[in-house]
Design a protein. Structure first.
Length: 346
């Protein structure tokens, strides 16, 4: 089968590799219909993070179950499913408390290989999310939105949940990539009254407004901070801040634009710990991390997509087939695409 393989920084190749097989309990083989490139993939693509050469890549997909191990009861051959980047067992302390991204029973090396014609997923019973019907029942636009439920939409929603967004809140979103834009949707779903998106790019700002952002702050640095504060009650700052970048500077900025007692929902993959004591002096909470996917998809997000309440698939501004996966990475790396979709099957 064909699969995307990381060979060196800046180099992704499509190679013929062995098709995965069932070799244990609670496993499923998935025929991939859609996959995508994640912003976090760019860290190792750019050589900032280390990754072993000749490894399979990708951690976001939807597809059709081709085979399951004999013990699997919740999904069967032919089911159309969301394949999360998380691998929650469903019964450990982390999973039971809604933090499957921190599942205590996840096996090492579970992520990778989603950008391929076929992939293996476990634990199949507790992790996979069934989608009604079959891929042919959905338009390309709907399939794109369903694809976001494997990671980016769930991650944006996790930012809003971590920031404890509630009805009537003024929410600021730092980061206008796909996660930040889905964070706008997440804040809207939780009842935010005013959403302020910090964005320097016209196309992303436009999509943010379509998703529910009320105000766009295009300035940078101190000017951005001043503009956000003017848009909040008594110039005190936002009730909740969604940090969707991961840089030390964005955490610092989040603290500057948050009101005293606010909570920052942090989902940008960090590459340094914040050194400032600003959060302490303003009584600001900082929480967040790896998102849950299965739980929010089942409880809210899948229905919101199926009902047409949200359309997060619009974050995919370019699509590619698997043979052109290198172009999909390059498009995101060069900011020619907000997020790249991979059309693999049907």
């Amino acid at each position: 089968m064909k699969a995307a393989v990381f060979t060196a920084p800046g180099q992704i190749e499509v190679k013929e590799v062995a098709k995965p097989v069932i070799d244990g309990k609670n496993q499923a083989i998935i025929r991939v219909v859609r996959a995508s490139v994640c912003g976090s993939d760019l860290w190792w693509y750019r050589g900032i993070d280390k990754r072993e050469a000749n490894t399979l890549v990708g951690h976001e997909a939807i597809g059709v179950v081709e085979q399951v191990s004999e013990d699997v009861k919740q999904v069967k051959e032919g089911d159309f499913v969301i394949v999360p980047f998380t691998h929650g067992c469903g019964h450990c302390v982390a999973c039971l408390n809604g933090f499957e991204g921190n599942c205590l029973n996840q096996k090492p090396g579970s992520n990778g290989g989603y950008q391929a014609e076929f992939m293996k997923y476990e634990p199949a019973d507790s992790g996979l999310v069934k989608i009604p019907g079959a891929p042919v029942d959905y338009t390309d636009e709907q399939l794109a939105s369903l694809q976001t439920l494997s990671d980016v939409m769930a991650t944006g929603f996790h930012a809003a949940k971590s920031a404890e967004v509630k009805p009537g809140d003024t929410v600021a979103v730092i980061g206008d990539g796909a996660v930040g834009l889905c964070g706008v949707i997440g804040a809207k779903l939780l009842g935010a009254e005013k959403i302020i998106l910090l964005s320097h790019h016209e196309d992303r700002a436009s999509l943010g407004k379509e998703f529910g952002a009320d105000e766009i702050v295009a300035e940078k640095g101190e000017d951005a901070v001043k503009h956000v504060l003017v848009l909040t009650k008594e110039n005190a700052g936002a009730d909740a801040v969604l940090e969707c970048v991961g840089a030390d500077s964005s955490i610092e900025q989040a603290g500057q634009i948050a009101r005293p007692g606010a909570v920052i929902g942090r989902v940008g993959v960090p590459h340094a710990e914040p050194k400032s004591n600003l959060l302490f002096w303003k009584n600001i909470g900082l929480r967040g991390g790896s998102a849950s996917v299965t739980k929010p998809d089942k409880e809210l997000l899948l229905k919101a997509v199926l009902d047409g309440q949200i359309n997060p698939g619009k974050v995919f501004t370019k699509s590619f087939d698997l043979d052109h996966v290198a172009d999909a990475y390059a498009a995101m790396d060069q900011r020619q695409a907000i997020k790249s979709l991979l059309v693999i099957g049907n």
